[in-house]
Design a protein around this ligand. Structure first.
Ligand code: SAM
Length: 433
């Protein structure tokens, strides 16, 4: 069972299509609702909740260590400002601090300003402006504290590195920069740390809270004047998450960011997800790396469909069957197929059943639908069974612990060496790096 932070909804924290609030003409991705994205902060155990706690601890430390006198802060793509406002509200230096929060989404700006007013933080001001443009910071620089959280993972690698190089333009002498970046492959954190050093920053602290890194750097070199009219990055949102995937696949996967996506979109997203063995058997790892086995995909679907459409009573089924070379080639490609002996090998395939209500029939009358989202195919109609990716075999209901049942079936039926070779070949498939 995935641990709490690995639950699919942690990944599905960015619901609903854009409903206004984002200024036209700027980059924020239209199909992401950046106001709703912040809902994940309500759960302190969520991945983002844990990241927020780490960032806030660093904000507190920076305020604690700030020399007497005024403290100026700026936040790049500030969202609702939870990191800064959440700490400042109860900090002894609250009266000394003025802050400029630059955020594109007008709803987030309004919420940040409301939170600041509610906490009596008169010096904190959120503005609806494009945080990728240097001019947006003219009123806030030079700053003693610069927050760049949730930004460097939403821009291209090139822009992320270039933006770090520009940060001395936001900084006062000795300023502290607090930044975050996810560690999804390709992991850019080592290069970003190096870039900070090249840009004249030393590293004060860091925290690794998978999948996020929180970095704290101090400007040791000289600040630089802010150049006007410079664009530092393009905020591309989730496109930055899976740079190795083609546009169609990313488009199909983007449904996973919308908790209101349809059943068909969910299933199609899993079908589009490349086949491969993720580094860890968790939904988080599958989604981060954008690759999964039939077992990963159907475990994920069963959990999400169980939450979103419980009336469909999703059930996982494991089928013991013989994988022959031809099917292995179809599913996994020729290299993996070459590992399959001529007689085939015994494998366990995982799929899902749904109980679909029968139109016009009594409440309890249902028909069972087989859903196999292992591989791409013609778009599912949402009401017919999807063909099984494996051949005929013997079915076993997975029960409450699908992973454990799978392990037992593998142990009972599969040749350990053949299975190990297959798994190791699958681990090489769809690698993002
Ligand atoms: C991942 S969230 C991070 C929010 C906040 N920094 C945090 O860590 O809680 C990214 C934020 O950037 C905002 N954003 C996207 N493009 C932007 C742009 N060009 N200028 C300013 N904000 C932008 C989004 O609206 C969203 O609130």
């Amino acid at each position: 069972v995935p641990e709490r932070s690995d639950r699919p909804e942690a990944m599905l924290a960015t619901p609903a299509r854009g409903t206004g609030g984002t200024q036209p003409g700027a980059d924020a991705q239209a199909d992401l609702d950046w106001a709703a994205w912040h809902a994940a902060y309500e759960d302190p155990d969520s991945v983002l909740g844990r990241r927020l706690a780490l960032v806030q601890a660093q904000v507190r430390a920076a305020l604690d260590a700030a020399p007497r006198g005024p403290i100026r802060a700026v936040s790049v793509c500030a969202g609702q400002g939870h990191d800064l406002i959440g700490v400042l509200a109860g900090h002894p230096r609250r009266e000394d601090c003025s802050a400029l929060l630059v955020e594109l989404d007008a709803r987030n700006v309004a919420l940040a300003n409301a939170a600041a007013r509610g906490a009596g933080l008169d010096g904190v001001r959120a503005v609806a402006a494009d945080g990728s443009l240097s001019d947006s910071y003219l009123d806030g620089v030079p700053a003693d504290l610069v927050l760049v959280c949730g930004v460097l993972g939403n821009v291209s690698a090139q822009d992320a590195l270039a933006t770090v190089g520009q940060l001395p333009e936001l900084c006062a002498a000795g300023a502290t920069v607090i930044w975050t970046r996810h560690r999804n492959p390709p992991d850019l954190v080592p290069q970003l740390r190096e870039r900070f050093e090249q840009a004249g920053f030393s590293e004060l602290a860091s925290a690794d809270a998978p999948p996020f890194w929180v970095g704290v750097n101090r400007l040791q070199g000289a600040p630089r004047p802010l150049r006007r009219g410079v664009r530092w990055f393009r905020f591309i949102g989730q496109d930055a998450l899976w740079p190795h995937l083609d546009t169609d696949t990313r488009a199909a996967l983007s449904a996973l960011f919308r908790p209101d996506c349809s059943l068909v979109e969910l299933v199609e997203a899993m079908r589009a997800l490349p086949v491969g063995l993720p580094s860890e058997p968790t939904a988080q790892s599958m989604l981060r790396e954008a690759r999964g086995t039939a077992a990963d995909k159907h475990r994920f679907l069963a959990e999400v469909i169980g939450q979103r459409f419980p009336q469909l009573q999703p059930k996982i089924v494991h089928r013991v069957y013989t994988l022959d070379r031809a099917r292995a080639a179809e599913l996994y490609g020729d290299d993996v197929a070459a590992l399959v002996p001529a007689r085939g090998l015994t494998d366990v395939h995982t799929y899902l059943t749904l109980a679909l209500p029968l139109a016009g029939a009594p409440e309890l009358a249902r028909r069972t639908l087989v859903v196999d989202a292992t591989a791409r195919g013609a778009t599912w109609d949402g009401s017919s069974s999807l063909p099984l990716a494996c051949g005929p075999g013997e079915d076993h209901p997975a029960g409450a612990d699908a992973e454990q049942t799978l392990r037992m079936l593998v142990q009972e039926h599969c040749d350990p060496d053949e299975r190990a070779a297959l798994m190791s070949a699958l681990a090489g498939l769809g690698r993002p790096d």
